[in-house]
Structure formats: structure tokens, C-alpha cells
Design a protein around this ligand. Structure first.
Ligand SMILES: *Cc1c(COP(=O)(O)O)cnc(C)c1O
Length: 381
């Protein structure tokens, strides 16, 4: 991945610096409005990262020690860590093989009396089937939080991912579709969560610094609860506004390049060839192809790490697929049930280069080198 940044973002950042207002202020407010409109949510609360957005989301639900929150192990580790920040217990559920996402069946298997929430991840931009999860969780009083870190520009049943989310957390890290360097957003349709979310990101203050400034008179704030400093800066938000205006073009280009990968790799997807399986749109939505992953078949003698090493030797920077938190030292000894799909996914998937400026010639090279690494004979390519 390479972010698609240019002079416009640099000028927007410079203008924010020269305005003298560099911390959370008018640009953050404008970015929140624009982002909420783009994902069709009523409220957006800008924060310092998706990790802090997840922490605020769980705080809004009053998740505390003794509670359980169901998460996929197959995710960036921040998803599970946010639960631990609240002193609660992350409970790992397996994922479905087609999308790499939680499903109603995998979640139902691990629900208990103590389950307070489920964090469903739209992994690598592939939309999860959240309606099925809400139908399962709603009647039990379990809230579905969406980790949409990778999913800006993905769609679910014809609307943007996150449009009717109870709470959705987004990331603007450079590895995601649009970037502010570091940064995140929390979206919700519930005003009372947005109001308290704004307070939680800013030390629990009753009046924000921006409001005190524009209020003119001597406004004295009070501190209503113990909270955090999870603010985004106006410099970041100025960059974010420009990036957001490019989101549609970025998604279009990524889907174009993904379609070209599908075409050029068709011979290695066939069952009589090496039998790789590529990421695709699920039947309930469209992915933004935040990552273009391919999965080695179960019965191959090829080791994923050997394929990666061979590609690296030839100058192609591919990456291992999505990590599994339960296999990391940070979760050693953390109890969990069997996670067979998660383990096979994390072991057999790899991510191919895909970014806005990738040229078709570069893409051809990736395809040729991948086929060579898979030992596909020249005549069959
Ligand atoms: C990147 C990512 C995060 C963390 O985002 P930050 O903005 O870096 O905190 C969380 N969850 C998922 C699924 C991610 O891909």
C-alpha cells in the first residue's frame, strides 16, 4: 500500500498551520460533517485513531471488568486490545471462509450471559453480514459495534458500510483507503452517544475548547467524568477533507486493479491449476479492496512464507495475510475455543501489492512473479 497524497493535501495542511488553529477546531468539525454525510451516518466524532474510536465505543456501552466482548481473532490486534482496555475479556469467535468475517453462526457459538457486545470487523474492506448479527444479538441485549477501519467506500445491501451502524469505528492510518497520517472516526445515529463521545475524547469537558473560543465571553468549563485525550488535530482534519474528496476515485481505481488481477490470475485460480482463491465481493455488498488477498489451497505443498520470500527476492513486496491475535505473545494463555478457519486463513493467505498509482506494467510483473513463485510452468501461464 502507498497512500495517494499530493500538493492539495500539503497545501491544506500548510493552511491549517498558518491559520494558527492547529489543535481540534473548525477543520475537525468540517471533516466530521463531511465524513458523516459520506457514510450516511447522522453523527461523526473525530478521534486520534480507530483504536481509540473502539475504546470510546466500548466505554459508551459501559463495558467493564467481568464483561465479555466477542471479537474475531482474525483481525489487526487493536480490535481485541480495545476490549482489554476496558478491563473486559475478549472472546474469540471463528470467521467464515468466504469473507474472513464473523457470521451469526460463529458468534452464536460463543455467546454467554456475560456477553455485552460483539465487535464485527469488515475485514480488509469486505463487508460483514451485519443484519444477521443484529438479528442474533439484538434480542439478547448485545450491541454490535462495527470495526470499519478498512471499510471506507465499501457497501452493504446498497448503502455505505456503517450507514445504520449502532457504533462504527474508522481508521485514517496510511494503510487504509484514506489517510490523515494517524486518525480515526466514530460514527453513530444516536445523538446521545455522539454527545458523550465528544466529551470522552476531550477530557470529559462540558464545553470544547473550540466552543469556548467562539463563545466570545468568559466560558468556564467543568469536567464531568474521567475521560481521555483522543483528539484529532485541525492539521490532520484539513488533510482528511481533501482525502475524503478523493475516496470515490480511490475505490474506483482499486476495484479496476482488482478486476485486472482477477483476469490475469484466472489460470492459477482454476481448480486444475494451483487452485488459489481470491478475495471477491460477497453476495450482500461490495468491497473497496483495501487488501487484495489470495489464499493458497488446503492441499498444496507450497508454503505461504516460501512464496512471500520468493516474491521478495524478485522485488515484489507482498505481505502475509491477516494476522490472528490469539497466536501472538500478547494473548499467550488467553483461553479460546477452536478457531480452525482463522488459523487456516492466517497461515495460507497473502496480500498482493495494490495502491492507487500501481501501473499496469507493475501489476503484470507481480502476476508473472507470483506465477513463477507458484512453479507454474511457462507454457501454462
Ligand atoms: C488498522 C486497523 C485498526 C487500527 O486502526 P488505527 O487507526 O491504526 O488505530 C483496527 N482494526 C482493524 C480491523 C484495522 O485494520
Amino acid at each position: 500500500m502507498k497512500p495517494w497524497l499530493g500538493a492539495e493535501e500539503a497545501e491544506a495542511a500548510a493552511a491549517a498551520v498558518l491559520s494558527g488553529w492547529v489543535a481540534q477546531g473548525p477543520k475537525v468539525a468540517a471533516f466530521e460533517d463531511a465524513f458523516a454525510r459520506r457514510v450516511a451516518a447522522l453523527h461523526a466524532v473525530a478521534v486520534s485513531s480507530c483504536t481509540t474510536a473502539l475504546h470510546v465505543a466500548l466505554h459508551l456501552l459501559d463495558v467493564r471488568p467481568g464483561d465479555e466482548v466477542v471479537v474475531p481473532s482474525l483481525s489487526f490486534i487493536a480490535t481485541a486490545n480495545a476490549v482489554r482496555y476496558c478491563g473486559a475479556t475478549p472472546v474469540f469467535a471463528d470467521v467464515e471462509v468466504e469473507t474472513g468475517n464473523l457470521s451469526a453462526a460463529t458468534v452464536e457459538a460463543v455467546l454467554t450471559e456475560r456477553t455485552r457486545a460483539v465487535i464485527v470487523v469488515h475485514q480488509a474492506g469486505v463487508p460483514a453480514d451485519v443484519d444477521a448479527l443484529r438479528a442474533l444479538c439484538g434480542p439478547r441485549g448485545v450491541t454490535v459495534v462495527e470495526d470499519a477501519a478498512c471499510a471506507a467506500g465499501s457497501t452493504y445491501r446498497g448503502v455505505p458500510v456503517g450507514a445504520d451502524a449502532e457504533l462504527a469505528a474508522w481508521s485514517f492510518h496510511p494503510r487504509k483507503l484514506i489517510t490523515t497520517g494517524e486518525g480515526g472516526m466514530l460514527t453513530t445515529n444516536r445523538e446521545q452517544w455522539a454527545v458523550r463521545g465528544r466529551r470522552l475524547r476531550e477530557h470529559g469537558m462540558s464545553v470544547s475548547a473550540a466552543e469556548r473560543h467562539s463563545g466570545g465571553g468568559a466560558v468556564v468549563e467543568s469536567y464531568l467524568e474521567t475521560a481521555f485525550n483522543y483528539r484529532m488535530t485541525d492539521i490532520q482534519a484539513a488533510v482528511g477533507l481533501v482525502q475524503l474528496s478523493k475516496l470515490d476515485a480511490i475505490v474506483r481505481r482499486r476495484r479496476e486493479l482488482a478486476a485486472r488481477y482477477h483476469e490475469l490470475l484466472a489460470t492459477v485460480f482454476e481448480t486444475d491449476g494451483p487452485g488459489l482463491r481470491p478475495v471477491r465481493d460477497p453476495e450482500h455488498g461490495t468491497t473497496n479492496y483495501q487488501s487484495y488477498w489470495v489464499m493458497l489451497p488446503e492441499d498444496t505443498s507450497l508454503e505461504r512464507n516460501d512464496v512471500l520470500a520468493r516474491l521478495a527476492e524478485r522485488g515484489v513486496s507482498a505481505r502475509r495475510g491477516i494476522m490472528a491475535a490469539h497466536l501472538e505473545p500478547a494473548y499467550a494463555g488467553h483461553p479460546h475455543g477452536d478457531l480452525p478457519v482463522t488459523e487456516s486463513f492466517t497461515k495460507r493467505s497473502l496480500i498482493l501489492p495494490l495502491y492507487h498509482d500501481l501501473t499496469t506494467a507493475e501489476q503484470d510483473t507481480v502476476v508473472e512473479e507470483l506465477k513463477a513463485a507458484l512453479h507454474v510452468p511457462l507454457a501454462a501461464r
